[in-house]
Design a protein around this ligand. Structure first.
Ligand code: ADP
Ligand code: MG
Length: 316
């Protein structure tokens, strides 16, 4: 049985268009657009796993939790991850269900709440850098630091914020289940928000940790684990550029693995918190045996798959 398997990592822009479209209903409508493109890939014979971001959604939960703290328990970060995987998974599942019904496609979509193991001694835990939740004043920040062991930083005069580690994913705990589901023909929504970060103790017992895993790294690891042929990063740009945002910016149609590594090493092309991790994720996928990756925006996925746009990254 040779199936064409793709992992599609969808970015924040696939769920939240802008500041005035953030409600649950708005996110559902935005998700539909990406689902249209996923469905057209399915019509072309692809089996698909979908990964997604959850940054803003976790931010909303933390804010609610904070506002309600006088009455209700707060929600720990790992549980926020699980909550958002469920809620975003639901939006994608229902959109896909309705589209499959509309087009008479005999498929179903299922969401797997996904734990992703990180190393307890990952160097990222020594240097937490990922800001999480609302701004606080100094007194509150210091109180949280003392009472709850939070790492807090002062953010360029805007106030204090909690920061958490962004460790590398080393294992997708539910990988075997996801693989079975894909092989059985389900569309699988998984590793949402990069997965719920967990660490294993000496006996191999898992426990959630307050950290954030990059969703593109997790999706790349998933893609290798389930033997995906194609890894698609669907984000806010049609193509990747060299010298992004500079006068000599050039859009790329294609890069080889070796070129991607060289450009990344040059340090001036891909912004640190946004495009650089995507390129790194693609490199990981290709070095892990993947054949081909694409970076484009949702509306251009079909065109990119037939080589008309997007940035394609291949072994050679
Ligand atoms: P996502 O939510 O999909 O992860 P990000 O905002 O993290 O999206 O990353 C995508 C963004 O990266 C693009 O919208 C673009 O602004 C930015 N970017 C940085 N460097 C580049 C580059 N070299 N080429 C294209 N886009 C880039
Ligand atoms: Mg991003």
């Amino acid at each position: 049985m040779s199936k064409k398997i793709a992992v599609v990592a969808i970015g924040g822009n696939s769920l939240i268009k802008d500041k005035t479209h953030q409600t649950v209903r708005d996110q559902y409508i935005a998700a539909k657009e990406t689902c249209d493109h996923v469905v057209s890939m399915i019509k072309d014979g692809w089996e698909i796993a979908i990964g997604h971001g959850n940054g803003p959604q976790v931010g909303f939960i933390l804010r609610r939790s904070e506002l309600a703290a006088h009455e209700l328990h707060e929600v720990p970060l790992d549980a926020c991850g699980a909550d958002t995987q469920g809620a975003i998974g639901y939006a994608l599942q229902q959109n896909l269900y309705n589209e499959f019904r509309l087009y008479g496609i005999n498929k179903s979509a299922v969401t797997v709440v996904t734990q992703v193991e990180v190393a307890a001694d990952d160097p990222a835990f020594k240097n937490p850098t990922k800001p999480i939740g609302s701004f606080m004043d100094e007194a509150e920040a210091k109180r949280r630091q003392e009472k709850e062991g939070w790492s807090v930083v002062e953010d360029a005069g805007r106030g204090w914020r909690r920061v958490v580690a962004s460790p590398m994913p080393i294992r997708i705990v539910e990988e075997a289940s996801i693989k079975h589901l894909i092989e059985a023909g389900f569309v699988v929504i998984c590793t949402g928000g990069g997965g719920i970060p967990v660490v294993a103790d000496k006996e191999g017992m898992l426990q959630g940790v307050a950290a954030v895993i990059d969703k593109d790294y997790a999706a790349a690891l998933l893609a290798n684990g389930i033997g995906a042929n194609m890894f698609i990063i669907s984000t806010a740009v049609e193509k990747v550029a060299l010298n992004y945002g500079k006068p000599n910016q050039t859009w790329l149609d294609h890069m080889t693995l070796a070129q991607a590594k060289a450009y990344l090493a040059e340090g001036c092309h891909f912004a640190k918190g946004s495009m650089a991790p995507k390129i790194k994720a693609v490199i990981n996928f290709l070095e892990g045996g993947g054949e081909e990756a694409l970076i484009t925006n949702p509306e251009n996925i079909e065109q990119a798959l037939v080589g008309k746009t997007g940035t394609r990254i291949t072994q050679a």
